[in-house]
Design a protein around this ligand. Structure first.
Ligand code: C5P
Length: 218
């Protein structure tokens, strides 16, 4: 697409399960821009901390750990010290621990430049919790992609059923509510709606409809 000024920066934030990952990835392909899944960075650090048995409450040790690990994103695959961990970082326990370590300001500062460096060439589609507020406050377009807890639990349930895992919807609602609480109520870079962000609710929208709405805004 050549209707956008380049370099272009699109930042998308929203809660877990709002569909922002899928939407951001599709938009980056359509617009031919780089893609940053910032949640994957927190998941990689959490996974590494779990493997190395680093205390998730010890911000200094976590920063030391980050300085020693090698993180790479190659062709939609995620590598930690040259090992492909794309599946592992999606485990429920890793997501929960990612939310725990994400509260540390020192850790968030440590990965700021790493994240900002994804904005190069023709531009970037970045998604996460603080892309619109902290990491890319000057983004060309900011989207807050929301969805109700019930809808997000239903989507997750469908995904898990496809994997042959039957978890009760109520359990999923409880998990999502707990994650939202951690992400929205933490002191540093909580998930919040930037003043200049467009809020979209994806409850009644398909992925394609959401992508098209954002393309119209662009
Ligand atoms: O998006 P995802 O579920 O993969 O993110 C995992 C966790 O990482 C989130 O629950 C959140 O606590 C943290 N995170 C964050 N800031 C971001 C992206 C993710 O704090 N920009």
């Amino acid at each position: 697409m050549n209707f956008i000024k380049k370099p272009y920066l699109l930042a998308i934030d929203g809660p877990a399960g709002s569909g922002k990952g899928t939407v951001a990835k599709l938009l980056s392909k359509k617009l031919n821009l780089n893609y940053l899944d910032s949640g994957a960075i927190y998941r990689l650090i959490a996974l590494s901390a779990m493997e190395k048995k680093v205390d998730l409450e010890n911000d200094k040790n976590l920063v030391d750990l980050i300085r020693r690990v090698d993180i790479n994103f190659i062709d939609d695959q995620t590598f930690l010290n040259n090992t492909n961990v794309s599946e592992k970082i999606r485990y429920e326990a890793v997501g929960k621990n990612a939310s725990i370590i994400a509260k540390h300001l020192k850790l968030r500062k440590e990965i700021l430049t790493f994240q900002r460096n994804f904005f190069q060439g023709d531009g970037l589609v970045a998604e996460g919790r603080d892309m619109t507020t902290v990491v890319f406050p000057n983004a060309d377009l900011k989207i807050y992609l929301d969805a109700s807890v019930n809808e997000r639990a239903k989507r997750r349930h469908k995904q898990l059923m496809l994997l042959g895992k039957d978890v009760s919807i109520q359990n999923l609602i409880d998990d999502i509510t707990a994650r939202d609480k951690l992400d929205k109520e933490r002191i540093h870079s909580p998930l919040s709606i930037a003043d200049d962000a467009f809020v979209l609710n994806s409850d009644d929208l398909s992925i394609d409809q959401t992508v098209n709405k954002i393309l119209k805004l662009i």
